[in-house]
Every structure is written in C-alpha cells, then in structure tokens.
Write a protein that binds this ligand. Structure first.
Ligand code: KPL
Length: 297
C-alpha cells in the first residue's frame, strides 16, 4: 500500500518504520514542509531503526491508499482540512489520538474516516523515539462508508501488532476517554508517574462516577465500579509511564485537555449532567497551561 503518515512524532515514527519494514511505500507529512523526514526509533527488542523517508510530496499524497493521522487531537482538524482536497476521494483517513471531538470538526470531509485508539507507548529521548510498551490498536469506522474497510485492520496488524477491528469503535473510544479523563489530569496535578495515582482512590472514584454518568447518557453501558477497575488496571500496567499530558506540561506544550476532560464536559452540558470534579481538575490543568502560554504572547 501507499501510505502517508501525517505527524512524525513518537507514534508517527513508529508507524512509518513498521509499515516500511513490511514493504509498504510510505511518506511522512510535516507541518513545516520538508522533502525528507528522519525516523530514529529504538524498537521494543532493542534494535535501532535509523531511516530517512520522503516527506510532503503532493503527488505521493494524491496516490495514497491511506492517510494515517498521528497528530495531537488539537492539530487534527486544521491539518486534515489542508490535505483533504489533495487526497483521492476514496482514501480512508485513520485518526489515532487521545481524546474525542475531532470527528465533529471533520464532519464536512468526504473521504471515509476511521477512528483508532492505541495502548502502544513511546517517548522521545532527545532525538530518539523509544518504543516503551507494546499494545493494541483498536480501529473502526467513524463514518458509514468506513464500515467496508475492515481488511485494513489485518494489513496494519502485519506491520505493528496488535490491531483489532471494531464495528462499534465508539465504545473503545469512550473507554480510552475515561482512562485519559482520570489519569492524565491527575498526573499533572500531582506531578507524578501514572503508578503513583493508586494512592488517590477516592478522587479516582468520584471522577469515574461522573464519567460513567455521561457515558450512560451517551448510550455506553458502564458503571462507576467497572470504570474504576479498568482505570486502576491501566494505572498498574503503565505505572512507570509519564502521561502524555504531564509530558506536554513539562515541555510547555499545548495539552489535549480540551479533547479529553473538555469533551466530557461538553457532552455532560448537552445532557444536563453536572461534572464538578472533572470541571475542577479541568480548571487546574488549564491554569497550568495558561501560565506558559501567556508568557509566549
Ligand atoms: O494514554 C495515556 C497517556 O499518557 O496519554 C495513558 C493510558 C494514560 C498512558 O500513559
């Protein structure tokens, strides 16, 4: 396949190298146009990939069979809208990011859209991307014309296992949103690794109750206790991780809070549900983010 990867950060580089390894023709697409992008990845087995791929080639884009978007949620809408007119009309766009709300922003895009959530973990160490933990990438249709694309899961699975197809991807997206609503802001507030959150069970329980209330009204069957079990299991398996939101705050980058807790609060408002605990932690993260964003103005 011919695949353009939009966003050449940690996850983008891992996908570029895995897809190329499997014989796919790949290119990267960078915000600041460049003819090449470098991939510098330490794989899970310790092997090092140091390769250069073509980048930002509009002819390649016009012949692509897949646009794989690995940008942060807040970058997706503008970047996809810019590329969409250059893509073949039937080229699927697969979005893999934390949070929800980008689909609403892309409602006028005519290509089939697929949504993905992943538990692969990677971190940037200087100029090197370290693939820290293997995981599962769940993908599925976000628009009706995406429903016929299930064979993509197998193709992607050959490159970077595991990839699983879901006809109802919203359920996996909400589960991941629940995890991110709890772990990401709390690690920012306590400035700690994921594992240290196990000491804050009461707070986690209150957050899970609010998330469960919203999910139920969105048609996602769940409960406070099942979300709590799931979140505590993720805290345990990712105990050594620094959450992506805490990494963003430490590097004074824009966080995905608007697409994580912000999205939950928007859905809660639309359903007439109160989310005081989520609103409180949303404000705390926004304040931290605004501290350095104000300095830039
Ligand atoms: O998705 C994550 C993130 O950091 O964004 C979790 C699951 C919390 C793992 O760190």
């Amino acid at each position: 396949m011919k695949i353009t990867v939009l966003g050449c950060g940690a996850l983008g580089q891992i996908w570029l190298s895995a897809l190329a390894q499997q014989g796919h023709e790949v290119q990267g697409w960078l915000r600041v146009p460049q003819p090449y992008c470098s991939v510098n990845v330490i794989n899970l087995d310790g092997t090092v990939v140091n390769e250069t791929f073509i980048a930002n080639d509009p002819l390649f884009l016009a012949e692509s069979d897949l646009l794989l978007v690995t940008l942060k949620a807040w970058q997706v809408s503008e970047a996809v809208h810019n590329l969409q007119p250059l893509l073949p009309p039937d080229c699927p766009i697969l979005l893999i990011h934390n949070g929800m709300g980008t689909l609403e922003e892309l409602s006028n895009v005519s290509q089939p859209i697929l949504q993905g959530v992943t538990t692969h973990a990677a971190r940037q160490d200087g100029t090197v991307i370290v693939h820290v933990a293997s995981g599962i990438t769940h993908i599925g249709p976000a628009t009706p014309d995406g429903a016929a694309l299930s064979e993509l899961a197998e193709i992607l699975h050959q490159s970077l296992p595991d990839v699983a197809w879901h006809n109802h991807i919203a359920s996996a997206s909400w589960q991941k949103l629940a995890v991110n609503c709890v772990i990401n802001p709390l690690t920012v507030i306590y400035n700690c690794r994921n594992g240290d959150l196990a000491a804050h069970r009461d707070e986690i329980s209150r957050l899970c109750q609010e998330v469960a209330n919203v999910m139920e009204r969105e048609g996602q069957h769940t409960s406070r206790s099942s979300l709590m079990d799931y979140v505590l299991a993720v805290i345990d398996t990712t105990a050594e991780n620094t959450s992506s939101m805490l990494q963003d705050i430490r590097n004074q980058r824009r966080t995905e809070i608007e697409y994580i807790t912000g999205y939950l609060m928007r859905r809660a408002r639309a359903q007439g549900i109160a989310t005081p605990e989520n609103s409180r932690i949303y404000e705390l993260v926004k304040r931290k983010e605004q501290d350095y964003e104000r300095e830039r103005i």
